[in-house]
Ligand binder design. Structure first.
Ligand code: SF4
Ligand code: SF4
Length: 203
């Protein structure tokens, strides 16, 4: 399978939205570079993220938090492949919230105009950056990526205010401990993903 960057990004997006066949294609692609620390990091970070987006219901934690990740911080990057989806799904008035920063990059301000209460009113087609918070976003994980050498499971950083992210990290750490006892080593990304699917997937 030969895919261009936009096609890969769309696959990741679909995967993080819950399309497991797309997610598994991304794992297949990254596994070819399993010995490269960045690729291994990418797999674990996407697996922690899909656990939060799809497998574990974190809505009560987000409600308790009140949606802080959408209220403050740098503007949200909206890439070309995000923009294409937004253009199809939003009316002209809503598109005006997106500020063009450079060729193929728009920025969505925070507080985000699409937040309603603690929820996202464009959940089904929200940008990649929103789908990948906090385990697969560079802002949160920059230092972790830099220091990760490909051995073991990365020690992901989760902002103190993100109750959902902290809960997911706690749950995954427990699963990893159980797998470690069974396997006598850390689970590979695929083993961790399969275990999550086995425990949580109801599709
Ligand atoms: S900061 Fe975390 S807990 Fe709060 S709404 Fe965002 S993802 Fe949910
Ligand atoms: S698009 Fe949705 S998830 Fe992203 S910042 Fe806005 S309200 Fe939050």
């Amino acid at each position: 399978m030969s895919l261009n960057v936009d096609e890969i990004n769309l696959l990741v997006k679909k995967g993080l939205r819950g399309e497991l066949s797309s997610f598994e294609k991304v794992l297949d692609l990254l596994e070819k570079y399993d010995k490269v620390p960045e690729a291994r990091f990418g797999m674990y970070s996407l697996i922690f993220q899909i656990a939060m987006n799809v497998f574990i219901d974190v809505s009560k934690y987000c409600e308790e938090c009140g949606g802080k990740c959408c209220k403050s911080g740098y503007p949200v990057p909206v890439y070309k492949f995000d923009y294409k989806e937004l253009r199809i799904n939003l009316d002209g008035n809503s598109l005006k919230y997106l500020n063009k920063a450079e060729e193929n990059l728009y920025l969505l301000p925070r507080p985000c105009p699409f937040q309603k209460g603690w929820m996202c009113s464009i959940h089904k087609f929200k940008p990649y950056a929103c789908l990948s918070f906090p385990f697969a976003t560079e802002d949160e994980q920059k230092d972790v990526i830099t220091s990760y050498n490909g051995n073991g499971i990365p020690e992901f950083k989760v902002p103190e205010y993100c109750i959902a992210g902290r809960k997911v990290k706690e749950i995954l750490e427990d699963i990893i401990k159980e797998l470690y006892t069974r396997l006598k080593r850390d689970p590979t990304p695929r083993e961790l993903y399969n275990e999550l699917k086995l425990r949580y997937y109801k599709g």
